[in-house]
Design a protein around this ligand. Structure first.
Ligand code: AMP
Ligand code: ZN
Length: 464
């Protein structure tokens, strides 16, 4: 079936076609590991996980590369400020290497809690310094670079089409030159490829290079790593929308300048998680919530956040609030109870995947990953007249994309045994048409703090 994906390059939905046969090369910009990821960052990784699962569900063989930025990302815009890793090390009294290792592990643990599949290859910026240097040398040979007192810069005026991804007005951008704090830059959009270590400070992370001791700029790592690991299989590159104007724009400029070839066919960007009042969640805003702080440590299943992310299309801002968490919590509990009830009815037997329901589900996910509509399709299937065994087979098939652990829902999981007993008793009472007893048990369950719903497959309950 055809997959349509929104491509930021062309600003429209396009039919996806890999460069080579059935293989897809996917590169997703990874975290800068100087602090915990916030749930805004994690929204972007959930979107990318859905993208990957949808491609796999459609039969593609996906090679997925995710980098770990452990050097070169500076605290300020436009190549100013301190390296975030070195700042993190000072803050915590550890080495930059220790900081990177600690927060890489924390990040990977967050992904696991959210059922986000591991990439085919993890790669660290600090492990590919020679490849980054080689790429800068290539740019130098082709005349795209110049030297200033603090580093080697890419001359963006030499690359036609610099704004093809951002669709920004270049003249307006260059106006920024008036407030430019680095007078040595030729154009305000120029960016550092290599920065020299300051003469008076010994950096923890620094390397020899043809230009002097220093460290790579942030953008060059993603160009070098994607080309090193994917070769010319440059199908899809993804990240958050904040990467469009600078990071991805610069990646395209330096990669295409070096190779003379197109760098990635599809560019996909996830919209921000915002908090009440429309403010974006950001480490620099000091308003960031972690997965553990907002979910795990409060006894809320982190998959509630994954479920919540499905309810807003990835290209629309998602608002985070306690009410939204509560609604997602109920929604996921309800979905699990529906699956539990179906499993009970079918006696745990799985039938065949219903092709009509699958086609409907596919048409939604293949329409630019429309998860809100895919979740509606899931509900339609669960509420349909299909035999329970076929419903079970179908939902377990959808689970390959959803990743909500619906395959682990069994009779005893999640709910306290006394609640499950009452659910069973109520199902029996209703089968016996003993409505008085059924109502009595419903009241008891409600008094225990559960919402009770009658579905065609029996009673389902979830915490109120
Ligand atoms: P960073 O660790 O800052 O490099 O960001 C990691 C990823 O999270 C990038 O793809 C960003 O675009 C993305 N991101 C940053 N802030 C948000 C947010 N509030 N909502 C969604 N994604 C975000
Ligand atoms: Zn990147």
């Amino acid at each position: 079936m055809k997959i349509n994906l929104y491509n930021t390059l062309t600003r429209q939905k396009e039919a996806f076609k890999p460069i080579r046969g059935n293989q897809v090369g996917l590169y997703t910009c990874g975290p800068t590991v100087y602090n915990y990821a916030h749930i805004g960052n994690l929204r972007t990784y959930i979107f990318e996980d859905i993208l990957k699962r949808v491609l796999v569900y459609n039969g593609y063989d996906v090679k997925h590369i995710m980098n770990i930025t452990d050097v070169g990302h500076l605290t300020g815009d436009r190549d100013m400020g301190e390296d975030k890793l070195e700042a993190g090390a000072r803050r915590e009294g550890k080495t930059a290497w220790e900081i990177a290792e600690f927060y890489t592990k924390a990040f990977q643990s967050d992904l696991e809690k959210l059922n986000i599949l591991d990439p085919t290859t993890w790669c660290k910026a600090t492990d590919t310094i020679p490849e980054q240097i080689a790429l800068i040398q290539e740019l130098e040979e082709k005349g795209f670079t110049y030297r200033t007192s603090d580093g080697i810069y890419f001359d963006t005026s030499k690359f036609p089409g610099y704004t093809k991804l951002s669709h920004q007005d270049l003249d307006a951008l260059q106006e920024g030159a008036r407030v430019e704090r680095n007078p040595e830059k030729r154009n305000s959009t120029d960016f550092a490829l290599w920065k020299f270590s300051p003469e008076d400070v010994r950096r923890q992370m620094e390397w020899e290079s043809p230009w002097g001791i220093g460290f790579p700029g942030w953008h060059i790592e993603c160009s070098a790593m994607s080309m090193t690991y994917l070769g010319d299989q440059l199908d899809i590159h993804a990240g958050g929308t904040d990467h469009i104007d600078v990071h991805h724009t610069n990646e395209i400029a330096q990669s295409e300048a070096a190779t003379g070839k197109r760098f990635f066919n599809f560019w996909m960007h996830g919209a921000f998680l915002i908090i009440a009042g429309g403010k974006k969640m950001a480490k620099s805003e000091g308003n960031f919530l972690t997965l553990d702080g907002s979910f795990t440590e409060r006894g809320i299943d982190p998959l509630v956040y994954r479920f919540a992310a499905f309810l807003t299309h990835y290209r629309k801002p998602m608002e985070y609030s306690e009410e939204a968490v509560a609604a997602a919590r109920n929604g996921l509990a309800h979905l699990r109870n529906q699956v539990r009830a179906i499993r009970e009815k079918s006696g745990g037997r799985t039938g065949t995947v219903d092709t009509g329901s699958k086609d409907r589900f596919l048409s939604e996910i293949n329409d630019d990953l429309n998860m809100p509509r895919a979740m509606a399709a899931v509900q339609e299937m669960l509420k349909s007249n299909l035999p329970p065994a076929d419903k079970l087979a179908t939902i377990l098939d959808f689970e390959k994309v959803l990743g909500l652990e619906l395959d682990r829902v069994d009779d005893t999981e999640g709910l306290p045994p006394e609640v499950l007993e009452k659910v069973d008793a109520r199902n029996k009472a209703r089968a016996d048409k003993n409505w008085a007893l059924s109502d009595q048990i419903r009241d008891e369950l409600q008094a225990m703090g559960f919402v009770v719903q009658d579905t065609k497959d029996g009673t389902t309950v979830f915490p109120s």
